[in-house]
Design a protein around this ligand. Structure first.
Ligand code: OGA
Ligand code: NI
Length: 336
């Protein structure tokens, strides 16, 4: 069992078990100076918003949204509760510690998707959020404001996600309601991630390169950067504007859009200066939901890029392939 990194210690050197082999270290792949697009959801030019979402989705699978309607106060309360959780004494956090990846809530450390078993420089509190009646009773009681913050933030951020799904459907040219119902009615889950300062960021990764398995993810961070997106073979730093939410499409969106928009591959690098906290909210299909490319998006005479499957099957493959993008997609691609 990996000890949590947020145990009050200041690390003077990187423990051996966190040191990646040279070819997997963050500096071994190129950086890119590109920037992920900003979409202003407060504007009244619907056509422009829709176009910007699709352009960003096609190119990056990532964008940031401003004027999204989540109140500053709600975002602040969520972030400060998240930061406070990781400042709790270790034994208080360990109440929620588990090595069972299915348990919710679950506090865990350092697990990644790397078969070499090098540890990732991350602690995480994974939560089931919505529907509230299913999860609320198990939410951590400490810090004191966490439960109220979770309810307010989940409500608001889920509403933004559902609006983004409508806008994305409109932009793809399919029925605006395409993502409503079981495609987006699975439980809303959350990763509250925490990356303590790392004495040598060149040796470690906070999170391995991966695509999210779900439909759409909305992320807020505490102003400390570290998230990077793969674009044209290089890693782009994600630097959100103050108050922005970062949006990324997951695998299901790439499949349903028949490749019209991509699920952006991303990773997290560490830094030596400051602790980074991020809150990633995942909107996903119900487990039994059948997922397939929207027929309108499949060109005449061509097979759809993916075969149909259930979300449950997808999640099983994602887990057994430890998130590796190409390996996961290979299971579902139609042969040409
Ligand atoms: C995730 C994730 C990024 C971050 O939790 O899936 O990609 O910035 N997090 O912590
Ligand atoms: Ni992710």
């Amino acid at each position: 069992m990996a000890e949590p990194l947020s145990n009050g210690a200041a690390y003077q050197s990187v423990p051996e078990s966190y040191v990646f082999p040279e070819q997997k270290r963050p500096g071994s792949s190129p950086c890119s100076a590109a920037a992920i697009p900003v979409v202003d959801l407060g504007g009244d030019d619907h056509g422009k918003i829709v176009e910007q979402i699709i352009d960003a989705g096609r190119e990056f699978g990532f964008f940031q949204v401003v004027n999204h309607g989540v109140a500053d106060e709600v975002m602040r309360e969520m972030m400060s509760s998240a930061e406070e959780f990781f400042m709790l004494p270790t034994e208080e956090k360990m109440v929620h510690y588990s090595t069972d990846s299915k348990k919710l809530p679950r506090f865990h450390s350092s697990v990644g998707n790397d078969q070499e078993k090098v540890l990732y420089w991350r602690d995480c509190l994974k939560l089931g959020c919505y529907p509230f009646h299913q999860f609320r009773q198990q939410w951590p009681e400490k810090p004191a404001g966490l439960r109220a913050a979770l309810e307010a933030y989940t409500t608001a951020v889920r509403a933004v996600a559902l609006r983004l799904l409508q806008l994305t459907a409109a932009g793809l040219g399919i029925n605006e309601g395409h993502f409503e119902g079981e495609l987006s009615a699975g439980p809303v889950l959350m990763n509250v991630n925490h990356y303590v300062p790392c004495p040598d960021p060149s040796l470690t990764l906070g999170l391995a390169p991966h695509c999210d398995p779900n439909l759409v993810t909305l992320l807020m961070e505490n102003g400390v950067s570290g998230l990077q997106v793969l674009h044209g073979g290089g890693w782009v730093d994600v630097e959100p504007l103050p108050g922005a939410l970062i949006v990324n499409f997951g695998h299901q969106m790439e499949v349903i859009s028949n490749g019209g928009v991509r699920s952006g591959e991303h990773r997290v690098v560490t830094n030596a200066r400051a602790a980074r906290t991020s809150v990633a909210t995942f909107v996903m299909p119900e487990m039994c939901c059948a997922v397939a490319p929207a027929p309108e998006l499949v060109p005449d005479g061509e097979p759809p890029l993916s075969r149909p499957y259930t979300y449950e099957e997808f999640v099983g493959v994602y887990t057994s392939e430890t998130g590796d993008r190409a390996a996961v997609l290979a299971h579902f691609q139609n042969k040409h």
